[in-house]
Design a protein around this ligand. Structure first.
Ligand code: SAM
Length: 244
């Protein structure tokens, strides 16, 4: 059988492409790409002439049997997403699952990823961390998940689109109380910025129209519960009694 390679691509800075990633993309029989036109620009930059085939969230189920047939016939397929690690808030996991089930070797390459890149410069505890990815858009679902995460001691990592950062921070303040948090903006790009502070402080920054790509990181739950300023007086007293 062939091999399924999972190949990370840059999250902004083309120099973050690894030598091995270029080599695998050059020698693969086929590149399964989230957006073939987007990937073609990367391939052109690195003089890679390998054929591409579209593989995205809307054609995953249709493509998997086709790709498995090629893999079982001995072909090497490299899967890429638009940016960063395939499968991390991106297409890929169903293909990986199907390849494993059929006994096709799956080989991951290390490389660019927004979450871990943001985490190591955040100043927040890097261990343990919990990568959530994108929160659901529906208010109720989002609140339910944030409520569950409120007691999680691990540093929390989220992806979010720029126009929702403000709303998401407000929902986090409501669910977690005011904690240390960090916004990592435009990682590896010209306007890379880290905004570190409390959730309330970050909200002042997010009041303006935000542009670019963002990772939101929030400190894990403190050992002793913090008293939310909005809590009714009797709950505040109860919390003070509970924490001594
Ligand atoms: N597969 C990618 C990875 O490994 O990081 C993530 C893809 S996900 C569809 C896109 C989200 O990742 C963005 O909305 C943003 O939250 C985050 N992201 C991607 N590139 C980024 C960058 N250069 N700076 C900050 N966040 C980024």
């Amino acid at each position: 059988t062939g091999t399924l390679y999972l190949v990370p691509t840059p999250i902004g800075n083309l120099d973050d492409m690894t030598f091995r990633a270029v080599e695998i993309l050059k020698t693969a029989d086929l590149i399964a790409a989230e957006d073939t036109r987007h990937t073609q620009m990367l391939l052109n930059h690195f003089a890679i002439t390998t054929k591409t085939i579209s593989f995205h969230e809307h054609n995953t189920q249709m493509r998997i049997p086709e790709l498995l047939t090629k893999l079982e016939a001995g072909q090497t397929i490299a899967q890429v997403s638009d940016a960063g690690m395939p499968s991390i808030s991106d297409p890929g996991k169903e293909l990986v699952h199907a390849a494993i089930e059929r006994g096709v070797p799956v080989v991951p390459l290390p490389g660019a990823n927004a979450a871990t890149t943001a985490l190591i410069a955040s100043g927040l505890s890097p261990q343990p961390f919990l990568f959530y990815g994108f929160l659901p858009r529906k208010t109720g679902e989002r609140q339910r998940i944030l409520a569950k995460l409120a007691t999680e001691p691990a540093t929390l990592l989220f992806y979010e689109s720029p126009h929702r950062v403000g709303k998401t921070l407000a929902a986090m303040l409501e669910a977690f109380g005011d904690r240390q948090a960090v916004l990592a903006r435009e990682l590896t790009k010209k306007f890379e910025t880290f905004i570190r502070g409390t959730i309330t402080e970050l909200q002042t920054y997010a009041e303006n129209e935000l542009k670019g790509e963002f990772v939101i990181m929030v400190a894990g739950a403190p050992d002793k519960p913090v008293v939310k300023s909005a809590a009714p007086f009797k709950d505040q007293v109860a919390a003070i009694v509970a924490t001594g």
